[in-house]
Design a protein around this ligand. Structure first.
Ligand code: CP
Length: 313
């Protein structure tokens, strides 16, 4: 298997072959995760520390489960009760943990670039579990695996990413990944939620959902990232839902077999109608959660193989 990276910090550092390597291994872990005995010893003897400086349900739970299923010793740092609350810096916290010889450090942080900075200071492999508006690489990888399993391929698809693009690390990582795999990407949202210079990413930009969703194969909805907004970006949630919320009428513009995705957490009645989110014939939202565990197992397994090779050399 060819995957030579020391860390998983962003999709921007990955080649298409790296992406395929992770997804192929994740497919085997997806099968393992459906068996009664889900245990493997790929990470046996290794220590994994999860440091989440921002709230998380899916990412933290799936990294923890992934590490435990692979036999790692997993520790979840509670940032609410850590010395960060007494003013300790991110780097001092990381250096303190580094002295305890972890092998894998999983980090979520509200500041873009914080995880890259931390990776330069520690000896272990670092996985970015989402940093500010920058990247969320394992989310894009689990989305890619979900699309590949649902559509049978991960190239030459028309993918619409809809909503709050400007504040979304999920959008950024997905634009990078889907672009590397030669898909056609449409971004749909109000101009106030579209980042400046987005045209340089080789995407098509739409303001109108009915126009942008026409014949797409994949509809990826995004949450309004209110915690990253410092002003009024939309007139009201009611108006936003009317224009950009995915309902049956707007979804009818997409291809008849288009799948509906959402990274979660979802705001029903804001960016998506609850009936669409729960429609097992169209929505793959629960598959995304399932693939999240498999992708994180694959990513940590590959990084651990490189760690072991380096320490044996
Ligand atoms: N998709 C995602 O990152 O969800 P959490 O914030 O719950 O981890």
């Amino acid at each position: 298997m060819s995957f030579s990276h020391r860390h998983l910090l962003g999709i921007e550092h990955l080649a298409p072959t790296d992406i395929v390597t992770i997804l192929d291994l994740a497919d085997t872990y997806a099968e393992l995760n459906r068996r009664p005995n889900k245990h493997s010893d790929a990470l046996a003897g290794l220590t994994q520390i999860n440091m989440f400086f921002e709230n998380s349900t899916r990412t933290q739970a799936s990294f923890e489960l992934a590490g435990k299923r692979l036999g790692a010793d997993v520790m979840n740092m509670s940032m609410q009760t850590s010395s960060v609350k007494k003013g300790e810096t991110l780097i001092d916290t990381a250096m303190t943990l580094n002295a305890m010889h972890p092998d894998l450090l999983v980090v979520r942080h509200p500041s873009s670039g914080a995880v890259d900075l931390l990776a330069q200071k520690v000896n272990c492999a670092v996985l970015n579990a989402g940093d500010g508006k920058h990247e969320h690489p394992t989310q894009a990888l689990l989305d890619a695996l979900t699309i590949r399993r649902a559509k049978g391929r991960l190239h030459r698809l028309n993918v619409a990413i809809c909503g709050d693009i400007a504040h979304s690390r999920v959008a950024r990582s997905n634009i990078l990944l889907l672009g590397k795999m030669e898909n056609r990407i449409r971004l749909i949202g109000p101009p106030t939620l579209m980042p400046s210079g987005i045209g340089e990413f080789g995407v098509e930009v739409y303001e109108d959902m009915n126009e942008g969703l026409k014949d797409v194969d994949v509809v990826m909805m995004l949450r309004l990232q209110k915690e990253r907004m410092d002003g009024g970006f939309i007139p009201s949630e009611r108006e936003y839902y009317h224009r950009y919320g995915l309902d049956a009428e707007k979804l009818a513009k997409a291809a008849p077999d288009a799948i509906v995705m959402h990274p979660g957490p979802m705001n029903r009645g804001v960016e998506i109608d609850g009936t669409i989110a729960d429609d097992i014939n169209r929505s793959v939202i629960q598959d995304q959660v399932e693939m999240g565990v498999a992708v994180r197992m694959a990513a940590m397994d590959l990084l651990a193989r490189n760690l072991r090779e380096r320490s044996a050399a």
